[in-house]
Design a binder for this molecule. Structure first.
Ligand code: FAD
Length: 494
C-alpha cells in the first residue's frame, strides 16, 4: 500500500518536473497535457484545478512553489478565489502582459482563456525589470521555473524566458491557453434573444477552432503594439527621430564572457566621453547603449541617422521614417557590422567572439526599429452593450502604452496595468456601475506614463491588485463618470 503510494507520488513528481523544466512553448503545453491526463485532472474545472494539482503533486520540490502560490492566492482582494466566479474572460495574446493578467484573473476565480497566434516563444531580446517586478515574479515562484532568475545584481530576463515562466504559472492556476489561434474580430450577440441568448464571441483563425463558440463578458487586448481591438483611439507622441537597433550575440558562458561588465542604459546616457570616443574611433554615433548578459549577449542602442547613412547601413536619406527604414533601404550586411562594432567598442573589445545568435527566421539576430512616434491608447477600457449583453473591453501591456526599449519600461508598466485591469474586473464582477468603473480605471491609467522605479510604492510586500497599495499619490476619482460617457458604447442606440 505504502509502496504504491510512494510510486504514485514519485510518478506525479516526475511528470510535474517535466512540465516545470520544459524549454519551449509547445513542449510546455505537451508536458502539461500529459500531466493532466496521467493524474486525471479536470481541466474544465478552472477554479478547482490548482487545488487538485496541488493534491496530486506532493513531492518535496513542488511544495515550495505551492507555498508561494498559496501565499499569493490568500490576498484578501481575491476573496478566496470567489471574487469573479461568474466572469468569463478572453485574453488576446500570450506575451508577458497577457499571461500576467491571466494569472491575476484566475486568482480572482474567473474563467480565463488566452489565445496566442504563434506556438513558439522566440524573442531573444531582453527586458529590464524594476525591483518590484523581480519581487513579483519571485513570489510567483520564478526561480523554480528558471533557476538563474535574477541572481545577484541581475535585473533582466529574455522575453522568451519570461513568457515561458508565465505560461507555466498561468496553466497551474487554471488558465486555458490555445496557441496557433489568432483573434480576428468581435462578434456581437445575435438580435432578439435577450439576456438568455448567446453572448459576445470572437471570430478567430482557424475559423472552426472550438474557441469560436466561447462566450465571454470581458475581453483584453494584450496583443502587442499593434492592437487589433476596435474602439480605442491612439495618441501619438512624436519625438525627435529615434532609431533603435537590437542585436543578440551567442553567449558561450565562458569565463572571459562572464567577466565583461554589463552596460545599464541610464548610467551611460550621461557618459558623453564614451560616445565621443566611439564616434571618433568608429564613425558610429549613438545616443545610448544598453548591454545585458543573458541567454545571449543582448545590445539595444539608439543610433543617429547621419552615422547610419555614413556607414552605409541606410542607403538613401528620406524624410519619412517608414521609407527610411524600409527593408529595401537597409543594407543588412552593413547593419550587422555596425551593431557588432558598437557592441565590441562598448564592451572594450573584451567579448572574445561576437557571433550573432539566430532569430526566429533563421537569420542573424539584428533588427532596426523606429521609435520616432510612440503610441499610447487614449483610454484603458470601454464597455460595449448589444442585445442586452454587456462586455468590458480593456487593453494591457504594449497595446495600452508602447515602451521605449532602451529605457526598458515595457514589462514594468505592463504589469502595473495588468494589476489595475484585474482590479477593474473585480469591480465589474461586483456589479459596479459601468461609468464608475470606467472613470476609476481612467483615473488610474493617467498615472501609468509617469511611473518610474523610484516613484511607485517601495513596500513591494504589500502590493496587490488594489492600486492604493502601489501608487503613493493615487486619486482614483480625478476622472469623473460624465467624462467617460463616450466609453460606454451602446450598440442598440446605433
Ligand atoms: P508582446 O510581448 O508583444 O506580446 C503580444 C503577443 O500577442 C505576442 O505573443 C503575439 O504573437 C500575440 N498576438 C498578436 N496579435 C495577435 C492576435 N491577433 N491574436 C492572437 N495573438 C496575437 N522591449 C524591450 O524593452 N527591449 C527590447 O529589445 C524589445 N524587443 C522587442 C522585439 C520585438 C520583435 C517585439 C514585438 C517587442 C519587443 N519589446 C522589447 C517589447 C516587449 O517585448 C514588450 O514590452 C513586453 O513583451 C510586454 O508586452 P506585451 O505582453 O504587452 O506584448
Amino acid at each position: 500500500m505504502g509502496e504504491k503510494e510512494d510510486e504514485r507520488t514519485s510518478q506525479a513528481g516526475q511528470l510535474f518536473e517535466n512540465f516545470v523544466q520544459a524549454t519551449t512553448c509547445k513542449g510546455t503545453l505537451q508536458a502539461f497535457s500529459i500531466l493532466c491526463r496521467q493524474l486525471e485532472l479536470n481541466l474544465s474545472d478552472h477554479r478547482g484545478f490548482y487545488s487538485s494539482l496541488k493534491a496530486a503533486v506532493t513531492y518535496w520540490k513542488a511544495k515550495g512553489l505551492w507555498g508561494k502560490l498559496d501565499k499569493r492566492a490568500s490576498h484578501k482582494e481575491y476573496s478566496k478565489g470567489k471574487a469573479c466566479t461568474d466572469t468569463r474572460c478572453l485574453i488576446i495574446g500570450g506575451g508577458p502582459c497577457g499571461f500576467r493578467t491571466a494569472i491575476e484573473l484566475a486568482l480572482l476565480g474567473a474563467k480565463v482563456v488566452v489565445i496566442e497566434k504563434r506556438d513558439t516563444f522566440s524573442r531573444n531580446n531582453v527586458l529590464h525589470l524594476w525591483p518590484y517586478t523581480i519581487h513579483d515574479l519571485r513570489n510567483l515562484g520564478a526561480k523554480k521555473f528558471y533557476g538563474k532568475f535574477c541572481a545577484g545584481s541581475i535585473d533582466h530576463i529574455s522575453i522568451r524566458q519570461l513568457q515561458l515562466m508565465l505560461l507555466k504559472i498561468a496553466l497551474i492556476v487554471g488558465v486555458e491557453v490555445h496557441v496557433n489561434v489568432e483573434f480576428v474580430k468581435l462578434l456581437e450577440p445575435p438580435e432578439g434573444q435577450g439576456t438568455d441568448g448567446p453572448g459576445w464571441r470572437a471570430e478567430v483563425r482557424p475559423a472552426d477552432h472550438q474557441i469560436s463558440d466561447y462566450e465571454f463578458d470581458v475581453i483584453i487586448g494584450a496583443d502587442g503594439r499593434r492592437s487589433t481591438l476596435d474602439g480605442f483611439k491612439r495618441k501619438e507622441f512624436r519625438g525627435k527621430l529615434a532609431i533603435a537597433i537590437t542585436a543578440n550575440f551567442v553567449n558561450r558562458n565562458t569565463t572571459a564572457e562572464a567577466k565583461v561588465e554589463e552596460i545599464s542604459g541610464v548610467a551611460f546616457i550621461f557618459n558623453q566621453k564614451f560616445f565621443l570616443e566611439l564616434k571618433e574611433e568608429t564613425g558610429i554615433d549613438l545616443e545610448n547603449i544598453v548591454y545585458y548578459k543573458d541567454n545571449t549577449h543582448y545590445f539595444v542602442m539608439t543610433a543617429k541617422k547621419q552615422s547610419l547613412l555614413d556607414k552605409g547601413v541606410i542607403i538613401n536619406d528620406y524624410i519619412e521614417t517608414e521609407r527610411l527604414l524600409a527593408s529595401d533601404n537597409v543594407n543588412q550586411e552593413a547593419l550587422l557590422s555596425y551593431a557588432r562594432e558598437a557592441a565590441d567598442f562598448g564592451t572594450n573589445y573584451q567579448l572574445p567572439s561576437l557571433d550573432y545568435a539566430i532569430n526566429h527566421y533563421g537569420q542573424s539576430d539584428v533588427a532596426m526599429f523606429d521609435f520616432t512616434c510612440m503610441y499610447a491608447s487614449e483610454n484603458a477600457a470601454l464597455v460595449r452593450e448589444k442585445n442586452s449583453h454587456q462586455m468590458l473591453v480593456a487593453l494591457v501591456g504594449d497595446s495600452l502604452l508602447e515602451p521605449f526599449w532602451p529605457m526598458g519600461t515595457g514589462c514594468a508598466r505592463g504589469f502595473l496595468a495588468a494589476f489595475d485591469t484585474a482590479w477593474m474586473i473585480k469591480g465589474w464582477a461586483q456589479g459596479k456601475e459601468p461609468l464608475d468603473l470606467l472613470s476609476e480605471r481612467e483615473s488610474i491609467y493617467r498615472l501609468l506614463p509617469q511611473t518610474t522605479a523610484e516613484n511607485i510604492s517601495k513596500n513591494f510586500e504589500q502590493y496587490t491588485i488594489d492600486p492604493a497599495t502601489r501608487y503613493p499619490n493615487l486619486n482614483s476619482t480625478c476622472v469623473r463618470p460624465h467624462q467617460v460617457r463616450h466609453l460606454y458604447i451602446n450598440g442598440e442606440q446605433g
